[in-house]
Structure formats: C-alpha cells, structure tokens
Design a protein around this ligand. Sequence first.
Ligand code: B4P
Length: 192
Amino acid sequence: MNIILLGPPGAGKGTQARFLVEERGMVQLSTGDMLRAAKESGTEMGQIVADVMARGALVTDEIVIGLIREQLETVKANGFIFDGFPRTLAQADALNDLLAEQGESLDAVIELEVDDEVLVQRIVGRAAEAAAAGQPVRADDNAESMKVRLMEYYKKTSPLIGYYYAKGQLTKVDGLGEIADVKAAITGVLDG
Ligand code: B4P
C-alpha cells in the first residue's frame, strides 16, 4: 500500500508516519527529513536548501523530485508513506510518473485537517520544548517562518486537495484531536 499524508505544516504528518512505520513496516519518505539531512551534510545542495527552509519557503520541485526519485529507484518496500510530498501540482504529477515507472500505484491520500491557530501553537510549542531541553531548535519553527509556511501551503499545496478528491483518492481526517485519536482515525481509513 502506498499512501500520501497531506496537510499544513505541523498537522502531524511526521508524527503519524512514524506510527505507520512501527506498526505496518511501511517505509517513510519524508522530504522534510531528507532536506534537513542534506543541510546537515554540508553538501552544495544542503547549502542551497538551508536558507529556503529557514524562511519557511518551499524548496524547488527539481530538487525535491530528485530526492524522491532516488529513493524510489533504490529502496524496496512493502509500501511507502509519502510524508510532506507532494507539496505542489508539479510534484504530484511527477509522483504519478515515478510510481508508474516502478510498476506501483497510489492507494490513498489522507488529508490531516488542523486550524491555523493550533498549527502555530504546536510549532512554537515544539521550539520552546526543544530549547528548554537543551536540544537544537528547527530553524523554521518560529512564528515568522510559520507565517510563510502557511502562506506557501495555501497557495501551492492546498490545490492538491481538489486534485486528489477529483481522482477519488482523498480522505479527510480530523487532525485536531489527541495524537492517539488521529492515529485511530487513520487506521480506520486504511483498514476500512
Ligand atoms: P516538513 O519536515 O514536512 O514539516 P512540517 O510539514 O512542518 O511538519 P509535520 O506536518 O510533519 O508535523 P509534525 O508531525 O512534525 O517540512 C519542513 C520544510 O521542508 C518545509 O517548510 C519546506 O521548506 C521543506 N520541504 C519539505 N518537503 C518539501 C516538498 N515536498 N517541496 C518543497 N519543500 C519541501 O508535528 C508538528 C508538532 O505538532 C510536533 O511537535 C508534534 O508533536 C505535534 N503534534 C502532532 N500531532 C499532534 C496532535 N494530534 N496533537 C497535539 N500535537 C501534535
């Protein structure tokens, strides 16, 4: 089973993807994690994306599609969770092509719905918790970058909701509840 977790920044895509990895043995493909790893590695690509990500903007389609292509061509999995990808219509079209090249298809798109106010609280809260614990704070986890991340989401990513709805692949899940409740709702969708 190959699925997409779609939703605004802080909706809980990464949080829920980790449960699916633990319980179903699926492979999580998080473009956010891949880009952060590139940033840490100090490669040329890492330097290019670091500033874009810190501002809260989207990294170019070319870079992100390249990262996903590399994974799909090399990793064998009993199902992929696309976490934070696609984020633009061009990425969605590319994913269709990449899956077809591998003889795979998309089984479900789960959209996590969360109010903007709660999203900002979660992200600012995560930054405060990390700082209090003496852990590194994500460069984009602050109110200013979050404004840009939300603007980017509504402008470039939210059109994907209609795109996948028209294909009959979209299911909306209330992402406002407790983490365990959201997890149960996703389980219901995938097993239903
Ligand atoms: P991502 O790493 O994908 O991060 P995200 O969308 O901000 O977070 P996510 O929805 O996974 O939330 P999480 O579970 O962490 O993207 C970061 C950046 O990378 C982007 O801004 C962009 O620059 C770049 N990028 C990534 N993919 C790209 C692409 N395809 N194209 C272009 N650029 C790309 O949860 C957040 C917090 O909420 C956590 O603290 C968590 O504990 C908490 N939480 C989660 N669920 C909760 C719940 N139900 N109740 C209470 N708290 C909850």
